[in-house]
Design a protein. Sequence first.
Lengths: 186, 499
Amino acid sequence: MKDKYRDVQTLIFHVLLFAMFAFFLLNLDSMVSGKSLSLQAQSSPKLFPFWILMLLVGFTGIQLFKSVRIVYRQYRENHRDDTNKKNVDECNSIVLDEEQRTPRILFSVIMIVVLTVFIMKYLGFIVAAMFMLTVTLFMLGKRDLKSLLIIPVGVFLAVFMFFAKLLAVPFPRGIGVFAEISRYLY
Amino acid sequence: MNILDLIIITFSPFNVLMLLAGFWIGMLFGMLPGLSGVTAVAVLMPLSYVLTPLQALIFMSAIYCTAVFSGSISGILFNSPGDTPAVFTTFDGYPLTLKGEPGRALIVDMVSSGIGGVVGVIIAMSFAAYFVNVALSFGPPEYFALGLFGLSLVSVIGTKYPMKGTISVLIGLLLACVGIDTVTGMHRFTFGNVQLMAGLDFIPVIIGLFAVAEVLNQFANFNFRKKLEKRLKDTALDVSFISKDDFKLCWPHWIRGSILGNFIGTLPGAGATIAAFLGYGVAQKFSKQPEEFGKGAIEGVAGPETANNASVGGAMVPLLTLGIPGSATTAVMLSVFLIHGLQPGPFLFMRSPELMYPIFISMILTNILIIVVPFFLVKHLVKILRVPYEYLGTTILFLSIIGAFAIHNRVYDVWIVFIFGIIGHIMTKYDYSPAGLILGLVLGPMVESGFRQSLVLFQGDLMGFIHRPITLTLIMLSLVFLLWPLLTLFRKKFFRRTE
């Protein structure tokens, strides 16, 4: 069952990939702006992307076909032996429970990064950096004071001194009171 | 002026001090994602006002040499290359770390870099005039053929599914089309976004595809990472100098990589990235075990590292002899001459050898330091791998975001890093090749602009490519490398049938 999920995911991925490149190929005229020269013109800006998209549509089409074939074969094999299906599901559910832990970590980290970049503009670099370091370590299972306070502060200070002070990188200051506080620091 | 006088000039106390300062600054800047030798040279350019031209050039060239090498340290340890040329070293360097041999990879890395750098400078000094004449004969058709030659080595990209590797390269070529077309000025795939008009910058894409994607990969397979940490804690991470077996494997690549890298460095616009890639590709082609590449082959570390450091010597040749910079870093270094009222070129090169040759001698000394000094650091560097990944991964992620922002001081680059981090994670999950995407992104502009400019030059006549010997040679080599795997397969099947 684990393999079937992976193969279905691969199939969906290839469908999306194929659809995206086909869309780009069919709408190439609108994606190359201005009064485009024809493809036959010597220095047409559409020439190179056209041929690359043609090859991409062709190759991803082949990959899509292979994925469909694999999923179809898996489906036929899974339906052949129904008596063992329940036992297989029970075993695989244990495996799946173990695996489900790490996708949650991945998703959490992605959301933390998105939030960090978003809030950096409004709350400034310092607040965003401390948020990212502390919350990421918390999501990774760290609960002690050293992990949640001392290490994030240490890493932040080292990076801050190097980039903001030595290289004079103008980090975002945020708005309002955050901007005013940041002017005392960098 | 004889060679002894030039050595005495180079070894004056302040010049040696500038060399050592440049060495350590280059090490630091090269290792950090988002920073590079170009950044270091640009940021420290104002220092040249208070230094003599020779002191400033020794300082800048030491930074350049060391930054090109040190970018591979973080690439080998964390799959986070500090700079673009180091990408190709990670193909085999990082798998060696996962096998518990980070010290071996780092030692071969530094020895190869040092040897490539020394040999590259010696070749540059000896054959500067000849290389420059050949480099001057490179026009759009030759650059197109060089790019095509690079693409013909696509089979070396680390993936067990060649079609997926090819799709990855094609995606990179498509991404290279984003922005304003250099020939006609048309907007391509910009979707009305002002930021996209400048195209996609390499550095944020590389930080995303390698550093961030690797962190996401590790967090997605966190159980596996914790088991690896336990294994690394139990394994003695021994570090000793290069073994006899590794020496025997690597020395042919040192010779090949030095000559190839030096020549590629001479070509304006080619640079260490192209040199590193071709060094990797040629190393695989000439290896007795090409199937090991991408899985931790030590030759896969020696090849690109020798070539990219050898290209540094090559890049200095057109700068000093013609006043034409061979790379981005040498373009910034050109300002040092201008600040002091000097015009680099053949006249200055012939009339002021006391200014030119000590630069080459100092580069030789820097590369000798690259072989010796990091050996004492490697023992401590590998201990970083024992740091729990919760801290390591979070720090790498944080540094990637900050490094991305520091490139152009805009949040847009951070979004690019993040988006390509997710793309890199997805590509790895479905067995596509982020390295192939980078290859397409790097070579795409060279291939497309070379081809289209050539068509304009030849007025649409494709036979024009055949009438240029360098172009014809490179195209023939490309066809051989592209068709060789098919020919080998055909030959095997034919002989099996006859048996």
